[in-house]
Design a protein around this ligand. Structure first.
Ligand code: MG
Length: 391
């Protein structure tokens, strides 16, 4: 008689069940405005739905991930929305394999980039620089929190999306820590404690998704040269050579895709194994033990971390800061900084609700919030309308 299979490779990664966020945890599922439980949807499934139905989520379709205007020349390069969906896939898979709360991880992934301004990182840097002249700054995680707590208006009973505490905490803390002294307004988010493991996974799921996707999009756009990637990214070259041995007749594009698939798979598997190893070394069996630890436990192993760093450095040098994208970045900076300065100078040029916020919160913050919510095409239209008006 055959023995029944007792464990798959995935189940051997499973963490102690007490580490996962429970949807019975009264504090973590609490909402600012108490709501009755839903008859058949769990709290995080509800949050996931609220994010998917939010206007700010739909606007991700019109926001740059890496390619700004040249994105319009290709139907295939990622927008911030399709990037977000890829992060959600990685987050859900890794969280589920580890026995964590996959619904929470997926929800955090879907919301992780919701606070990004138009024009990608160039737009974000320009907005941050503009705010710094006023002693302020732009932080997309804090902006995301304000979107879900304040700016989204869908429900008659409350402002914002009234998300659970676990989701709001994950929104601000997934990629960085905030000092309690500098951010008293965030005191309800356990700033002296590490984020949940579901939140810790998001930053690395984000890296896994964009490192592989940006090589693919960079190659497709002709900004990255395949031979250069093969020469300078050993992580890629190794898998590419393996694929060529296995599929000698396959064309370079298919071999690249095979290599990228293996990179993604290797990063995701390593993230799970190393995170499980870290938790086991720590001896944590409950969420509060994990939260009390000095550092985060979601991480890659040292050899894979070294490959990740090399790959990322390559992308910075050859894609994100490449001369091919310089004109787009300069345009983004000019548009954001010029419109920001004009609207701060005369908030009445903005729609009435934003102009009203300038009185309440100060013009620089209100203008930054207005700009941050825009899609690439919306801010481009504002820019063209301004040019037409001054003709
Ligand atoms: Mg992202």
């Amino acid at each position: 008689m055959d023995e029944p299979a007792t464990s798959s490779p995935a189940t051997s990664l499973r963490l102690p069940t007490g580490i996962a966020v429970s949807e019975d945890d009264p504090l973590l599922i609490s909402r600012s405005y108490p709501e009755a439980p839903h008859p058949y949807r769990t709290p995080f499934a509800r949050d996931c739905g609220r994010i998917l139905h939010a206007k700010a989520f739909r606007r991700l379709a019109g926001k740059t991930q890496v390619f700004t205007r040249s994105g319009a020349e290709s139907d295939h390069s990622r927008s911030r929305l399709t990037h977000t969906l890829e992060v959600a896939q990685v987050a859900r898979t890794t969280a589920a394999a580890l026995g964590l709360n996959a619904a929470l991880a997926e929800t955090l992934a879907l919301v992780h980039d919701i606070g990004h301004p138009p024009f990608g990182h160039a737009g974000e840097q320009a907005l941050d620089a503009a705010l710094r002249h006023h002693g302020l700054g732009f932080d997309h995680n804090l902006h995301a929190l304000r979107i879900v707590t304040t700016f989204e208006e869908r429900y008659a009973a409350f402002r914002g999306l009234n998300l659970t505490l676990a989701v709001r905490e994950g929104i601000i803390k997934h990629s960085r820590d905030y000092s309690p002294a500098a951010h008293p307004e965030l005191s309800e988010y356990f700033l002296d404690k590490r984020p949940t493991l579901e939140a810790q996974l998001i930053d690395l799921a984000d890296e896994i998704a964009y490192l592989t996707a940006d090589i693919e999009d960079g190659l497709a756009a002709g900004v990255l040269d395949l031979n250069l990637v093969l020469d300078e990214v050993p992580f890629f070259a190794g898998f590419y050579a393996e694929a060529r041995r296995e599929f000698p007749a396959a064309n370079p594009q298919l071999l690249s895709n095979e290599a990228l698939k293996q990179i993604l798979n290797t990063l995701a598997t390593d993230l799970m194994t190393e995170t499980a190893r870290q938790v086991s070394t720590l001896g944590a069996t409950t969420l509060s033990e994990l939260r009390a630890n000095q550092g985060r436990v979601a991480r890659f192993s040292e050899p894979i971390e070294a490959e990740r760093k090399k790959t990322k450095a390559f992308l910075y040098a050859n894609l994100y800061q490449s001369p091919a994208l310089e004109a787009e970045h300069a345009h983004a900076e000019q548009v954001v900084q010029t419109l920001f300065a004009e609207w701060v100078n005369d908030p009445g040029l903005m729609p009435a609700d934003h102009a009203a916020r300038a009185h309440a919160e100060g013009a620089p913050r209100a203008v930054a919030d207005y700009i941050a919510g825009m899609t690439d095409s919306y801010i481009q239209q504002a820019w063209e309308a301004r040019a037409a008006a001054s003709d």
